[in-house]
Design a protein around this ligand. Sequence first.
Ligand code: AP5
Ligand code: MG
Ligand code: ZN
Length: 207
Amino acid sequence: MNIVLLGAPGSGKGTMAQKLAVELNIPQISTGDIFRKNLREETPLGIQIKNIMASGQLVPDEITIEIVKNRLAEPDCANGYILDGFPRSLVQAAALDTFQNIDIAVNLDVDEEAIVARLSGRRFCPDCNGTFHVSTLNGANVCPACGGKLIVREDDTEATVRNRLAVYNKTTLPLVEYYTEQGKIATVDGNGSIAEVYARVISLLKK
Ligand code: AP5
Ligand code: MG
Ligand code: ZN
């Protein structure tokens, strides 16, 4: 199954994608994770996008589309994949439709207060891309999955979060209508615990 996860920053796309990838045995393709890896490794792409990411703007469509197109052509995507954070503009969505068939776009709908609470407590593991929340770590600063050192994402500052939400509302939210018109949208209540939201998502996908 070829799945797109839609939702605001902090709506839980990465959290759900990681669990779905294990259960459905298909890869999670996170453009954010790909870009952050390039930042850390200071590749030419990483240097080019550093300021864009830090301010919460979108990386240019041409760059992003090319990366995703190449990634989806790899053999591990042959039986399906979960797109986490792509597409996030109408240009990206239209481009995706020229080289892939999407089965479903799951839209995680979360209240704004919950989003702020989630992002302000997020911890990220650069070693395995694991995403956690301080409230579940009992004060530890190591990744429960791989033992790596957890960090706070550079774009989780208050000003950048505000900008990311504004960019989402302006540029990404129109994708809900785009996939509705294609008859592919499935909106899920993304409020509640991780287990509750995951149960909603998986029951929808297994229908
Ligand atoms: P990206 O990495 O995609 O960030 P984002 O869309 O802002 O989304 P987040 O990763 O912040 O949130 P999420 O929905 O994955 O939530 P998470 O599961 O972590 O993009 C970063 C940047 O890269 C962009 O700003 C842009 O510059 C660039 N970029 C990426 N893709 C691009 C594209 N296609 N085009 C152009 N530029 C692009 O959860 C958040 C927190 O909440 C965690 O702490 C988690 O533990 C917790 N949590 C999750 N679910 C629950 C729950 N149900 N209950 C309680 N806590 C929960
Ligand atoms: Mg994410
Ligand atoms: Zn880890």
